[in-house]
Design a protein around this ligand. Structure first.
Ligand SMILES: Cc1ncc(COP(=O)(O)O)c(C=O)c1O
Length: 449
């Protein structure tokens, strides 16, 4: 049995899969923040290129991947599918565990799958500069990489606490020619408003989004790019699931459980959406989304219309949300600290095609350490959430004597997160649970639609 299953470059999928073509339900339309009526697509043109707006609304099942994007993908794609044999042995489980290794991309995560696509479509429409936000820095570094490869400028608003805690992510962005600012800044009205209320604000993803959107709205040559949540971002990530399908076929496996961590939802959606059609046809297949107890959007949030950012500049999206005023606890999985989840993924969850679980960070780091010591690869703290769930499901298989096939998305490596591992090893990591009262308070601030 091979430890890794590879595809050749010729076997790399050349179209993305659009789940909107096969779901029996429509994604509720985004709403205009001013009129609270369905948003006209043209309203998005000041911040997104037309081709991405078209992908956002598309019901086409397959969308061709342009050859220029495939050429950049070839730097690291197709990514390997590994069998986690040593983890299986350690857990004494009869389950067969596989992981799709998205950590082999230059920035170290799944994020460049969409970053490269977004940079390409922007460039096609003559855009010369892209603005974005980043939390822990994975997305910012992925977009910096993509813009650099395609010859466009990139400006990144990085959540201040991460800017201070993760200097090496910033170095990557600088190396790939991006400008990086700690958010909240005094460069934008949104940032100045937050700083007036709280001069010591550490920032949040929601605030950084407000700043990056404002940057795009106010500058003619600049468009905005989002690293998760939107339909077109999830679409670009489906290359992960499509490759996984081919690799599982080579291994003569049919999966029983697919697992992924969820921040805004892009790595997990991209990984399992190509398998949803099987489930709709009645196959017994479980999809498990894993989140942090400190940001329990699926497990404790509500399915409501909410803003994508803190200030309320973005269209209203129907999604599971903890409320846009949510200020997350400082957990080390920065990429999971977002108040909402992708509308398309939320729709799948609302119709109970998918389950969700939430964990505390100490138990997550314990699972990550087991993985690092058995499989040898150090997971990003976000990815470690998925691993904790894999461990739990594999132990269940041991107890129930069931030989299931469990596959998860290894969304990124943790080479820039070693200070979090140090804290875990020194027993200095705090567990946080997001209080119910805070959720109720935030829900009262949501617009009625
Ligand atoms: C390694 C890694 N995994 C997962 C996520 C969560 O994002 P998403 O749910 O969009 O995949 C992030 C976000 O930054 C990340 O960096």
């Amino acid at each position: 049995m091979d430890k890794k299953i590879f595809l050749t470059e010729k076997e790399m999928p050349n179209a993305w899969y659009n789940l909107q073509a096969d779901l029996p339900w429509d994604v509720p339309p985004p709403m205009d923040p001013e009129t609270k009526q369905p948003l006209a697509p043209e309203k998005l043109y000041p911040i997104f290129p037309k081709s991405l707006v078209a992908q956002e609304m598309s019901k086409e099942r397959w969308i061709d991947i342009p050859s220029d994007i495939l050429e950049v993908y070839k730097i690291w794609r197709p990514t390997p599918l590994h069998r986690a044999k040593e983890l299986e042995k350690f857990l004494k489980t009869p389950a067969r565990i596989y992981y799709k290794n998205e950590s082999v991309s230059p920035p170290g995560s799944h994020k460049p799958n969409t970053a490269v696509a977004q940079a390409y479509y922007n460039k096609q429409e003559g855009v010369t500069r892209i603005s974005t936000e980043t939390g822990a820095g994975q997305w910012g570094s992925a977009l910096a990489f993509a813009c650099n490869m395609l010859g466009i400028e990139c400006i990144v608003y990085m959540v201040k606490i991460s800017y201070q805690q993760k200097p090496y992510r910033k170095s990557l962005m600088h190396l790939w020619n991006a400008d990086v600012y700690p958010s909240p800044t005094d460069r934008t009205e949104s940032g100045r408003k937050i700083l007036q209320e709280n001069p010591d604000s550490y920032g949040s993803l929601g605030i950084a989004i407000s700043e990056a959107v404002e940057e795009a709205a106010k500058n003619e040559n600049t468009k905005y790019s989002l690293g998760s949540v939107l339909n077109h971002v999830l679409l670009h990530q489906t290359i992960v699931g499509l490759e996984t399908q081919k690799q599982l076929a080579i291994a003569e496996e049919t999966p029983d459980i697919l697992i992924g961590c969820v921040g805004g939802g892009s790595n997990f959606a991209g990984f399992f959406f190509p398998f949803v059609a099987d489930k709709l046809k009645g196959r017994d297949l479980r999809f498990i989304a894993v989140e942090s107890m400190a940001c329990p959007t699926f497990t404790k949030g509500q399915y409501r219309y909410d803003y994508g950012d803190t200030v309320g500049l973005t269209p209203l999206l129907k999604m599971y949300t903890l409320g846009h005023s949510f200020i997350p606890a400082p957990i080390h999985a920065g990429g999971l600290r977002y108040h909402g989840d992708a509308p398309l993924l939320s729709l799948v969850a609302h119709h109970k095609l998918m389950e969700a679980v939430a964990y505390r960070q100490n138990e997550v780091f314990e699972a990550a350490s087991i993985f690092a010591r058995t499989e040898g690869i150090i997971p990003a703290p976000e990815t470690a959430h998925a691993i904790k769930c894999v461990v739990d499901e594999a132990v269940k298989c041991r107890e129930e004597k069931k030989e299931k096939c469990i596959v998860f998305n290894f969304s990124g490596h943790g080479h820039f997160d070693l200070s979090s591992y140090d804290k875990y090893l020194a027993k200095e990591l705090k567990d946080y649970t997001h209080p119910e009262e805070e959720i109720e308070k935030a829900m009262r601030q949501l617009p009625e639609i």
